[in-house]
Design a protein around this ligand. Structure first.
Ligand SMILES: *Cc1c(COP(=O)(O)O)cnc(C)c1O
Length: 409
């Protein structure tokens, strides 16, 4: 037999060395693959993308994405997870797996805007109707649950106006009518409350979605979403749609989230403490007529927040987000000047990273009607990062002086 050595290019591709097994380190390895190699045709035929006991193709999972899925399931108290390339892609995956022509989806009035845009655009074009409901009024949801309702979205709280719904009651009403529920749990992040056990007796949502872009990534540098469930049949339904749509995440992004996850609880509670301190300070500013933060007494849905997120009577947990309503005596240019004058808060969308961010929102373009629980005026939303609270407070104070002339009562 001819034993002529193969060419260098071939040797470099088919090199026989295998590193020793048993390597162990604090962080999981990153596996990057589109192609996955099978040992023989029988194995190729036998492998099944639905199960996590083997590998078929990079899009259907690698050790890296499987490990991230398991950890995210643990974070939310779920059993299965699929990963999507953004939080919005995770929302869309849920909508497309649960809804067909003729169906209706109910979306809270304070929902993440692009969820409503998806319903207004693609879902409407495919003959799927949608209606909004008042998240603070369970009777409004009950009145809208109908024969064609196949999915109810929940959000606790809405991430701009911050009204906190009576989540267990909304879920109970849907359960009684066997209508599946999907929670956008980006705010709670699996830390403020247990989405699959809202009452301590196993009452839970069917699906929990997160924008991993926010706290799980924690860096403002990754876009990713997750869809967590506790029912195998429901998971497979979502996973099938996910596979048909060709959704997947990059290995380096998955690794970045795996690296951030161990510190998520520490970061979440640090963001929370700082946000509450600053929200309370903003309550004392005469330029602001209302501060919207569910942990603040008097904020819409505060008692619902307290019973879900601070059930033990302690301080409870909340994300590092709050909004203020500026006194309508100040015209929009003054509000814009306030935002432009901030130095430590930067202008930008998203939240959950180390840098504090600010966004002025035009509520009248976002809601069918001005929410009853929210005062009239221009809304400014703050996402509190990890800077020192004193520096952020000083920054707010100087911007208030510049834009509204004067600080304090
Ligand atoms: C950011 C966000 C999303 C979408 O996440 P992306 O990764 O930016 O697509 C969905 N829901 C909520 C509540 C969010 O804040």
């Amino acid at each position: 037999m001819n034993t002529t050595p193969e060419h260098l290019s071939t040797q470099l591709i088919h090199h026989p060395y295998n590193p020793p097994e048993g390597f162990s380190a604090p962080q999981p390895g990153i596996f990057k693959a589109s192609t996955v190699i099978f040992p023989n045709v029988a194995a190729m035929r036998a492998r099944n993308w639905k199960r996590k006991d083997g590998y078929t193709y990079g899009l259907h999972g690698t050790p890296t994405t499987f490990q991230l899925e398991e950890r995210l399931s643990a974070l939310e108290g779920g059993l299965q997870c699929v990963l999507a390339p953004s939080g919005l892609a995770a929302i869309a995956t849920v909508a497309l797996s649960m809804l067909a022509t003729g169906d209706e989806v109910l979306i809270p009035d304070n929902a993440y805007g692009p969820n409503k845009a998806l319903a207004d655009g693609e879902l409407a074009a495919w003959g799927i109707t949608h209606r909004g409901y008042d998240p603070l009024n369970p009777a409004d949801l009950v009145a809208k649950l109908g024969e064609r309702t196949r999915l109810v979205w929940l959000e606790a709280p809405g991430s701009v106006t911050m009204e906190f719904p009576d989540l267990p009651e909304l879920v109970r009403q849907c359960r009684m009518r066997a209508v599946p529920t999907a929670l956008d749990n980006t705010w709670g992040a699996g830390l403020a409350f247990r989405p699959f056990d809202l009452d301590g007796h196993g009452l839970g949502v069917d699906i929990s979605v997160q924008a991993l872009t926010k706290y799980p990534s924690g860096g403002g540098d990754v876009l990713m979403g997750s869809v967590v469930t506790r029912d195998e049949a429901l998971h497979l339904r979502i996973k099938l749609t996910h596979m048909r749509l060709g959704l997947g995440v990059g290995a380096n992004d998955a690794e970045a989230v795996l690296r951030s996850l161990p510190s998520i609880a520490l970061r979440y509670h640090a963001h929370d403490r700082a946000a509450r301190a600053l929200a309370a300070w903003c309550q004392g500013q005469r330029a602001f007529v209302q501060v919207l933060h569910p942990a603040l007494e008097g904020s819409p849905g505060h008692s619902a927040w307290r019973s879900l997120c601070a059930a033990d009577g302690g301080a409870g947990a909340a994300a590092g987000l709050f909004s203020v309503i500026v006194d309508p005596a100040f015209p929009q240019p003054a509000v814009d000047r306030f935002c432009d004058s901030l130095r430590r808060f930067r202008l930008g969308y998203s939240w959950g990273g180390p840098m504090s961010l600010v966004v002025p929102y035009e509520l009248e373009t976002m809601r069918p009607a001005w929410p009853a629980a929210v005062a009239r005026g221009s809304l400014v939303r703050f996402s509190i990062g990890l800077e020192a609270v004193d520096d952020l407070r000083a920054d707010l104070a100087q911007a208030i002086r510049q834009a509204f002339g004067g600080v304090g009562q």
